[in-house]
Write a protein that binds this ligand. Sequence first.
Ligand SMILES: Cc1ncc(COP(=O)(O)O)c(C=O)c1O
Ligand SMILES: [Zn+2]
Length: 412
Amino acid sequence: MYASIAPMFLKRLECSACGREHEWSRLQNLCGFCHKPLFAIVDLAAASRTLTRETLLAREKSLWRYREVLPLPPDVEPASLGEGGTPLLRARKFADDVDLWIKDESLNPTQSFKARGMSVAVSMAKYLGATKLAVPSAGNAGGALAAYAARAGVEAHVFMPRDTPRANIVECRELGAHVTLIDGLITDCAAEIDRRKAGEGWFDMSTLKEPYRVEGKKTLGYELAEQMNWQHRKSSRARDLPSELPDVILYPAGGGTGLIGMWKAFDEMEALGWIGKNRPRMFAVQAAGCAPIVRAFEAGEKNAAEFQDAHTIASGLRVPKAIGDFLILKILRDSNGGAIAVDDDEMIRVAREVGANEGLFVCPEGAACFAALKSLRSDGKIRSGERVVVFNTGSGIKYLECYEGHSRSGGL
Ligand SMILES: Cc1ncc(COP(=O)(O)O)c(C=O)c1O
Ligand SMILES: [Zn+2]
């Protein structure tokens, strides 16, 4: 299926492992040669003629404000529900000896950061001719696909583990998606889609198995630089200087699209002259019951073996095998960061601490990052006075049974 070629700054797709080029104008999943993720390559020099830090000031709040560095021809309407433009909040009390900021992604449509990836990916999939989209989901990606597919007028087929939080399941159904519950993990859901997609005519929207969810997620990086720059540099002269990124980023990694997307954004912004060479130390936060990246990082491996018997209440982190494992591990090492696991009880405890201190009802994945901050601080891996950004990737409202279950049994 080929689309008409309209002018835009997306030039080609490039394999993140073997570097081979692929055409963007055709629906694509993985690299045709080595079956690794494809990245979108944007003509940044051309994009920068209209996309500048000054022109951004007057643009809409949604992530489509970065239109020139996103795919989709300029005359095509994106599937949008107002995603992106989320607040970067200064923490009040949670940590008193670091300069802590919270990027609150729960304010996205469908209450999680998955909206960013799906807005861009659904827009492109529809533009390139897909009519039936399928995704394996820990919960939040399914809700986001269901919403954006409805908005775009295409079908959504969502495969979730049977024990996914109820809110995610109900949400998908109410948004008109075809929902299948599987007795197993997200990897089993992915295998089921793989088996049936050719026969059913589904386009596979799995994390990193198509090139554009990561493009939506990269706007996390653009927004962070923009918010740090404009919030801390008031004089117009200072605004012309490169933006400062935080010293440390703590991100709850399942498939790792957010980490990978932010890193891509940093490279692009450096090429645009918006930031310098310095990068934040990137930390992947995982659950103790499912920590393939932590294990591989500690063992010095380039790839992460599948994690057996994965279990955690942080359903978004219950990803035993990530296709972008080699990309995540390289980012953690190149940035001088690391990987850290948090157990479920600690997530629940810390979620309440964040709630009471900061006024945010965070998801367990977000709570894991706050818990990780405490242990990295006490290990000296984060130093006093450093500027740290924690991602709260979704809302606690989607996880009522897990929070209620713990208050009843644990007396918290
Ligand atoms: C709330 C939440 N946080 C974090 C993640 C992990 O995101 P990623 O797969 O981009 O690493 C998920 C994935 O489902 C999620 O739902
Ligand atoms: Zn390849």
